[in-house]
Design a protein around this ligand. Sequence first.
Ligand code: BGC
Ligand code: CA
Length: 338
Amino acid sequence: MKKFAVVFTAAVLAVSVVAAFAATDALVGACIYKFDDTFMTGVRNAMRAEMDKQGGELEIVDSQNRQPMQNDQVDAYISKGANALIVNPVDRTAAEPLMNKAKVEGLPIVFVNREPYAEVMNAYDKIWYVGAKAEESGTQSGQIIADYFKANPKADRNGDGKIQYIMIRGEQGHQDATLRTEFSTKAMKDAGFEIVELGNDTANWDKVQATDKMKGFISAVGIDAIEAVLANNDDMALGAIEALKAEGYNMGDPAKYIPVVGVDATAPALEAMKDGSMLGTVLNDADNQGYAAVRVAVLAADGKPVTEESIGYKITDGKYIWIPYRPVTVDNYQELMK
Ligand code: BGC
Ligand code: CA
């Protein structure tokens, strides 16, 4: 019996050793809409880490927020013989020609973070999308604000029973901007609050632009009127906090505090939660989005089946990998600090 156990263990080990050495030699070519994006930098680092484990080659280029440049980058990957593509489109409405380039070559293509239209996703069999359901993040961020108002009646600074808020949106046309805006306001209403929008504008996911926009709102409506700030991502939430700090707010005095929520759970946002200047965020899981994209690309490049078992993530409709969001509050942010 004992001897059998030893032999059995050895056989299992032998198999796993073989598996560890059965590395891919695929070349995967990836384009990121722009390197200068905090969240996508997290995805990029996770892609690199996963490919280091897989043993293949991963090239990643910066599309510098220019769609024509990205189209050329895809052409270049095809001419140098890439076995699969990972694309974070500059403009998600311009994904069709990229899909067609891959289709003509029979090359697998994995889109990430910016979701192509369904017609494009349905026009090819070697296409996947890795992302997150923006509705969830909108709902969760609205709930964080609603919970805060329930627990802190004084947050209703003018005592009218309504939440007077500012909305800072991401890039126009990005599914995450549209859906987070819609579902965060819906969540506050569903929680039983009447809401009043004092200002709403895009800051293109960008911290500096958000500071400018927030300063504009403060001078337009007055700091005393503002009871909450919802931003479609953490960089913009942090930008809004800069503008609040310039007024002496969110620096420790409880009488001068306006709750701000974002989305992503980036390292600087977690720091801001720690120092008390930011109320909460929602984890947009960059690590798992990056790992999943590379696993799909490598398997497809090697001609192996892409299944839930082979990638370790749930697959919807054969081509969508949705990585769940998670609310991040004062109760759990520490778990996410690296
Ligand atoms: C993230 C943003 C990021 C954008 C880039 C969103 O999912 O929340 O932080 O700028 O993706 O496309
Ligand atoms: Ca109020």
